[in-house]
Design a protein around this ligand. Structure first.
Ligand code: AP5
Ligand code: MG
Length: 240
């Protein structure tokens, strides 16, 4: 555990204020679903801060595992590089573990999970054991034709998962994260060829998950083609 005596007073106070504000927020358990480039990773940090949730992106977690060459990363790398899904067992395990973290106490945003009906069923089991369930699923609906420009212009800050875009959401300084000043990188799977495989995986394996939640009456469609701030307003409306 970090030694609190070494933490700056200003940091300690702002964390206390954040926790106080968060203690008054209702719990929320959310899923953001949509094709590659639809804006899940762009909207998640905004919603996470507003409702004091944790942001669990299986893609971000898998990329971190690949970068640090953990056994999980070694197993996931091949499928990710070619735009295919990794096995259900791999992602179910990391989500089950991540949900126990204290920062998920007020709930979570699942970004990029579940992506198959089998994952959705496992998630139901996991939540049932915890005596909870999913409150809302936001479907980031968008036409495939818009996605190539979004994906090929994207730059990310790996440790926070923040997304930028050379045209639609440029950082203040090119190639540098606005908050930390650290370098931005491009994802290995962010090219037109791998995007085609990722989209094929979305249509065949993930679209049935949208139907799965529509039947449970927890689904809200978001018009994800709009400008980023307009999408944020739609998301906020859906969650209020
Ligand atoms: P993952 O990391 O989840 O990738 P993805 O699903 O392909 O989604 P993206 O991250 O590409 O899209 P996004 O919706 O987050 O877009 P963003 O907001 O950044 O998964 C990667 C891989 O990991 C998978 O292929 C698979 O191999 C594996 N994997 C992960 N989860 C798995 C699971 N559950 N099961 C099995 N395998 C799994 O936006 C994109 C760009 O557009 C950005 O540059 C952004 O600035 C810009 N932008 C965003 N919104 C707008 C807007 N409204 N207008 C204009 N530009 C915008
Ligand atoms: Mg993402």
């Amino acid at each position: 555990m970090a030694d609190l005596e070494d933490v700056q007073t200003v940091d300690l106070m702002s964390e206390l204020l954040r926790r106080l504000k968060c203690s008054q927020k209702p719990d929320k358990r959310l899923i953001f679903i949509g094709p590659p480039g639809s804006g899940k990773g762009t909207q998640s940090p905004i919603v996470k801060d507003e409702f004091c949730l944790c942001h669990l992106s299986t893609g971000d977690m898998l990329r971190a595992a690949v970068a640090s060459k953990t056994p999980l990363g070694l197993k996931a790398k091949e499928a990710m590089d070619k735009g295919a899904l990794v096995t259900d067992e791999l992602v179910v395990g990391i989500i089950d573990e991540a949900m126990n973290k204290p920062r998920c106490q007020k709930g979570f945003i699942l970004d990029g999970f579940p992506r198959t009906v089998a994952q959705a069923e496992k998630l139901d089991e996991m939540l049932k054991k915890r005596g909870t369930g999913i409150d809302k699923v936001l479907n980031f609906a968008i036409d495939d034709s818009v996605l190539e420009e979004r994906i090929t212009g994207r730059w990310i800050h790996p440790s926070s998962g923040r997304s930028y875009h050379t045209k639609f959401a440029p950082p203040k300084t090119p190639g540098v994260d606005d908050i930390t000043g650290e370098p931005l990188i491009q994802r290995k799977d962010d090219n037109a060829e791998v995007l085609r495989s990722r989209l094929a995986a979305f249509h065949s394996q993930t679209e049935p998950v949208i139907d799965y939640y529509a039947k449970k009456a927890v689904l809200t469609n978001i018009k994800a083609e709009k400008a980023p701030q307009e999408v944020t307003s739609e998301v906020q409306k859906a969650l209020s």
